[in-house]
Design a binder for this molecule. Structure first.
Ligand code: PDD
Length: 281
């Protein structure tokens, strides 16, 4: 039985219960975070917890813990589970007031929930397929909001097309995946959309860019069009749960020569070496 943290206590997952008046339930009024754990080691926890702090600040919800307290809590939860790879999920909502009212409640404690589940990053990569999908999300995709309906609908469309991800297009521009950031290779140059309010500032993305920079591999953070996606040599997606994944078919059409590309291979090897260095994983 999995142990979770819920509002100040560790308990079995089955015992954690949230009120139907919780603002996460009635308004989607909350944020979340996802942190990978390799062999018991939290991978870039500070960056994830800082992003959580940023998301909370953007929705004007006071952070219930310091970064140090969050990290200690996550480590405590991790050691209560297997030593294998895990994925930590944190959710904070504006709590459960006595009545449903749009305006922020006064004197209501936030709801804080943390769980961990097994993480199995892929070990072999033969190339995944993706679809394109209109980006119908709001103007604050930089907040890791629990309002994921547009992402869920896009990802479901991908699943129904037998694809691993939906790549979101807003006004002719490639933004990101439904739950990942996106990279393309064009004329042997690695390119990814710049951070803005219209994409999530992915930690995997940032870690990868840091690793590329340290290896003197050039890249560009630049706006990308749908046309560039369709003529790219290589396309990759990046996230905490899927690491760096090559996409070899989009909307049924092969990317480049349809095979996993050499730039992806090089970037993936650097990323794995970085994981080893940080986590001995
Ligand atoms: N999603 N963009 C979106 C919309 C995401 O939901 C995610 C991650 C990313 C990648 O961020 P990171 O590298 O920090 O994981 C980009 C997580 C994994 C999720 O929703 O489960």
């Amino acid at each position: 039985m999995s142990t979770v943290y819920f509002n100040g206590e560790f308990m079995p997952l089955e015992s954690a219960r949230v009120s139907v008046l919780d603002r996460g339930f009635v308004f989607g009024d909350g944020v979340y975070e996802v942190i990978p754990v390799y062999a018991g080691c939290l991978f870039h926890a500070q960056e994830h917890l800082q992003r959580l702090a940023n998301s909370l600040a953007l929705i004007r919800l006071p952070n219930p813990m310091t970064l140090e307290e969050w990290e200690a809590l996550c480590k405590d939860l991790v050691v209560r589970h297997s030593k294998g790879n895990q994925i930590i999920y944190i959710q904070v909502t504006r709590g459960a007031p006595e009545k449903r009212e749009h305006v922020f409640p006064k004197d209501t404690a936030p709801t804080v929930f943390v769980m961990t589940s097994p993480l199995t990053p892929p070990t072999s990569y033969t190339g995944e397929t993706a679809i394109t999908h209109p980006d119908i999300r709001w103007q604050h995709c930089d907040i890791k909001s629990i309002n994921l309906l547009a992402n869920v609908l896009a990802r479901q469309a991908a699943a129904e097309a037998g694809a691993a991800e939906a790549l979101l297009i807003r006004e002719g521009h490639l933004m990101e995946g439904s739950s990942s950031n996106v990279f393309i290779v064009e004329n042997d140059m690695i390119k990814t959309p710049p951070k803005s309010n219209l994409i999530l500032p992915g930690i995997t993305r940032d870690v990868l860019l840091g690793v590329l920079a340290a290896a003197n591999i050039p890249f560009q953070e630049t706006e990308l069009t749908e046309a560039q996606l369709r003529t790219a040599q290589e396309v990759w997606i990046a996230s905490s749960t899927r690491e760096l994944m090559p996409i070899t078919k989009i909307d049924g059409i092969e990317v480049g020569d349809g095979r996993v590309g050499k730039h992806w291979q090089g970037a993936w090897e650097l990323y794995q070496a970085h994981k080893q260095a940080v986590c001995q994983a």
